[in-house]
Design a protein around this ligand. Structure first.
Ligand SMILES: Nc1ncnc2c1ncn2[C@@H]1O[C@H](COP(=O)(O)OP(=O)(O)OP(=O)(O)O)[C@@H](O)[C@H]1O
Length: 296
């Protein structure tokens, strides 16, 4: 059934007593996709994903993973890898013992050496978990998700606490798994990572999915921007601008190429230097900020 989504969430609601944390959430993740579920703090991402991962029961709505309820752990779990924000390994176990334990718990098989190599922990194989650095523990968390190369992997803020080289290594490992067809669900507060890597993004705010689409679809809804600074002696500008707090100028435009052309022509004719000139489509950060103000 090639058209069956790997994840199918229909009108999911999660309540904690009187508090309604997830409201009528619907989304699908297709085979081989990297879907980023992003949102403001407290938006309900963890509550939603814990339900999809089978750790939490839905208050109402349906969740299907590989066409099954994620509560059918025996069927779904061997096909699913989960990197939680903290896996809670026993501090007394060594790294290689912890990875073996993952194998036993997930009922997947793999070569421990291969996994340690993939997550960059080969040299720490005999080190106890208690003696690992924060970044090394995060790599061990990552090992839980990639052990046995499952078909579906959840990465919950996978690069938090990792230095830039470790982040690059983690993404290289994820890219390799994706080449083999693994479907990935990502949550992160590093929006540039989602912007670079996600095939589609769902943006949650206050329990609901407020936007969904590719990065291009999401950013297209807001105007492009041109930013620059000017010497005090510059003549009047040819376009409406906003003066930013730092003294720089901002042009918001639905016609980036046209307005950039006008601005550059004006600068050339008046021999004005446009300092620190930046021009480009809206970033995901801007979509996020608009979400917070528009939907407040
Ligand atoms: N066990 C719980 N009991 C009561 N309220 C909870 C519980 N877990 C989460 N909440 C509340 O539900 C809301 C959604 O929380 P959740 O952790 O799902 O959000 P999130 O989008 O993952 O947030 P963050 O980005 O800050 O990690 C929050 O207001 C939170 O306080």
């Amino acid at each position: 059934m090639p058209n069956t989504p790997v994840i199918d969430v229909e009108r999911l609601n999660v309540r904690y007593g009187d508090f309604h944390a997830v409201r009528d959430l619907s989304f699908q993740v297709r085979e081989g996709e990297l879907y980023a579920l992003l949102g403001t703090n407290g938006a309900g991402k963890t509550s939603a994903l814990e339900t999809v991962e089978g750790h939490r029961a839905a208050s109402s709505g349906t969740v299907r993973v590989f066409g099954r309820s994620p509560r059918e752990r025996r069927t779904v779990r061997p096909r699913t890898g989960v990197m939680l924000q903290e896996s809670g390994f026993s501090p007394d176990l060594t790294v290689q013992e912890s990875v073996r334990l993952i194998g036993a718990l997930t009922r997947r098989t793999d070569d421990v050496g291969r996994v340690l190599d993939l997550v960059g922990l080969t040299r720490k194989a005999r080190t106890r978990v208690a003696q690992l650095s924060g970044g090394e523990k995060r790599r061990l968390d990552f090992a839980t998700a990639v052990y046995g190369t499952p078909e579906l992997v959840f990465l919950d803020e996978p690069t938090t606490g990792l230095d830039i080289n470790s982040r690059d290594e983690l993404w290289t490992a994820v890219d390799r798994m994706r080449e083999e067809g693994t479907t990935v669900v990502l949550t992160t507060h590093y929006l540039e990572e989602a912007q670079q890597r996600a095939d589609r993004i769902g943006l949650m705010h206050r329990g609901s999915l407020r936007r969904e689409g590719t990065v291009a679809e999401l950013t297209r809804t807001l105007p492009a921007v041109i930013r620059f600074s000017l010497p005090d002696t510059a003549p009047e500008l040819p376009l409406p601008v906003v003066r930013e707090g730092d003294g720089s100028f901002l042009v918001e435009t639905p016609g980036l190429q046209r307005d950039l052309h006008i601005l550059l022509g004006w600068a050339q004719d008046n021999a004005v230097e446009l300092r620190g000139l930046e021009a480009g489509p809206t970033r995901l950060d801007d979509v996020f900020r608009a979400l917070d103000t528009a939907d407040a």
